[in-house]
Design a protein around this ligand. Structure first.
Ligand SMILES: C[S@@+](CC[C@H](N)C(=O)[O-])C[C@H]1O[C@@H](n2cnc3c(N)ncnc32)[C@H](O)[C@@H]1O
Length: 436
């Protein structure tokens, strides 16, 4: 990507290029531009700048383009700190100052609530920025192909080999070299998932292959190439989005500390990735509530449930993952919480089983797909006084909030949690109360 302040001088190559004026950023990390009544989604653009861009895909109602040179630069554009940026597809916003990334994410959240949820002028409360722009991720999924270890290109299946990833915790970066040694010995290796506990300074690894890795080979690779801090390794297959464990060697879980709370997290349980905002995230969900009886759906290992249990009489958490619920039970014990019960159940079944009960509070943190229609139906039938909705996808959030509002809830406020700096992902917490 080259920079030029000269509007007039366009070289030959630029005959194939389109000069586009970028209005703003949109979801996905693209700059939005319009040209001859067509919409362009432009990779590596910054808000309010003029670029020359190459069109890379054309669809019926929009085209995707790539910035080739910046004609008039945005005042929030910066040199991306990572040498792989622009080739590796893991990050989309490194070329934009961090405060401007936050502003754009808030603008996208506001615009999505309005467009999909028909929610105009929401109360956007103070956001929670990441404690660090870089080095924040404690879970990383490396892709592997023919010995290359790294990440996919933007929207492509080709692996970009990396020696370093600046958004990963520095200790995870220490593992990349040894992982490349392992990749040399396991020809079919497709992915390595790394989980790191800053509290224990220890790692768990999941190796994903189409056919089983010889157990003896994995044991010897662990001894010969991996540091002692790797305390457990599993062999997994992948079926679409589901990982299936074949076997495990060593310790199966790590402990994490968040403020006063301790969590055991097994290799197959979910845990929030950005360690630099864990405490403030918990506070955003659990500090301003009180209840006699509460439910938490999609509770994982009890990340919010355990702190929430201090705020009321009785709370029940549920998750469809058996591994997460085993951890959650254990976490209730080691944190001395006796007013919390965990149930292995999908969200619909759990809500259904509590149909006739009076609930003061329901906390939800669903995956990207948001709530299912039948889950919302049960939720609005039950009418808990308050709902706290944690979301990692503004589109499904806006869709679900629209239904909740239509069924008598007031959106009192919403705040951005910047869990994923340098990327387009938008996490948020919404606070709803039933209207009299
Ligand atoms: C985004 S994570 C949130 C976990 C937890 N709130 C936390 O902060 O660690 C979503 C969780 O939903 C669970 N899950 C996915 N689909 C589910 C479903 N249909 N019913 C219940 N839990 C589900 C996953 O196992 C995962 O633990």
């Amino acid at each position: 990507m080259r920079s030029s302040q000269n509007l007039e001088s366009q070289d030959r190559e630029s005959d194939k290029l389109l000069r586009l004026s970028i209005e703003k950023l949109v979801y996905g990390g693209y700059g939005l531009a319009r040209h001859r009544s067509k919409t362009f989604l432009v990779r590596y653009a910054a808000p309010r700048e003029l670029v020359d861009a190459e069109v890379i895909h054309t669809k019926r109602d929009y085209a995707e383009a790539l910035v080739k040179s910046v004609v008039l630069s945005s005042n929030v554009r910066r040199e991306a700190p990572c040498p792989y940026y622009g080739v590796c597809g893991g990050c989309q916003l490194q070329h934009i100052e961090y405060t401007a990334q936050l502003e754009s994410k808030e603008e996208i959240l506001r615009e999505t609530l309005s467009r999909i949820g028909k929610i105009t002028d929401p109360n956007l409360m103070d956001g929670i920025p990441s404690g660090q722009e870089f080095g924040y991720r404690i879970r990383v999924q490396f892709k592997v192909r023919n010995g290359r270890v790294g990440f996919f290109r933007w929207n492509e299946r080709e692996v970009v080999d990396v020696d370093h990833c600046p958004v990963a915790h520095p200790r995870i970066n220490d593992l990349i070299k040894p992982l490349k040694e392992c990749a040399r010995h396991i020809r079919e290796l497709q992915e390595v998932h790394v989980i790191y506990s800053p509290y224990e300074d220890k790692f768990l690894l999941k190796f994903v292959t189409p056919t089983e890795i010889d157990r003896g080979l994995l044991v010897s690779l662990k001894e010969d190439y991996l540091p002692e801090d790797v305390v457990g390794i599993g062999d997994y297959s992948r079926l679409r989005t589901i990982l299936n464990r074949r076997y495990w060697i060593g310790k199966e879980y790590l402990f994490f500390k968040v403020g006063p709370w301790t969590y055991r997290v097994s290799a197959d349980s979910f845990f929030q990735v950005n360690h630099t905002l864990w405490e403030r995230f918990v506070e955003a969900v659990a500090s301003d509530v009180s209840y006699r009886k509460a439910l938490e759906l999609y509770c994982g290992v009890g990340f919010f449930t355990i702190p929430l249990s201090e705020r009321g009489n009785f709370i029940e958490g549920s998750d469809s993952s058996g591994s997460a619920i085993d951890d959650a039970d254990y976490n209730a014990k080691i944190n001395g919480r006796d007013n919390v019960v965990f149930v292995k159940a999908d969200a619909y079944r759990h809500l259904k089983s509590r149909g006739g009960e009076v609930l003061d509070l329901v906390v939800l943190d669903p995956p990207r797909s948001g709530l299912e229609g039948k889950e919302i139906d049960l939720l609005v039938k039950n009418k808990p006084e308050r709902i706290v909705y944690v979301s990692c996808n503004p589109s499904t959030l806006a869709r679900d909030l629209k239904v909740l509002i239509k069924n008598g809830y007031l959106l009192e406020g919403i705040r951005l949690i910047d869990m994923f700096p340098q990327t387009y992902h938008i996490e948020s917490v919404s606070y709803l109360r039933v209207q009299e």
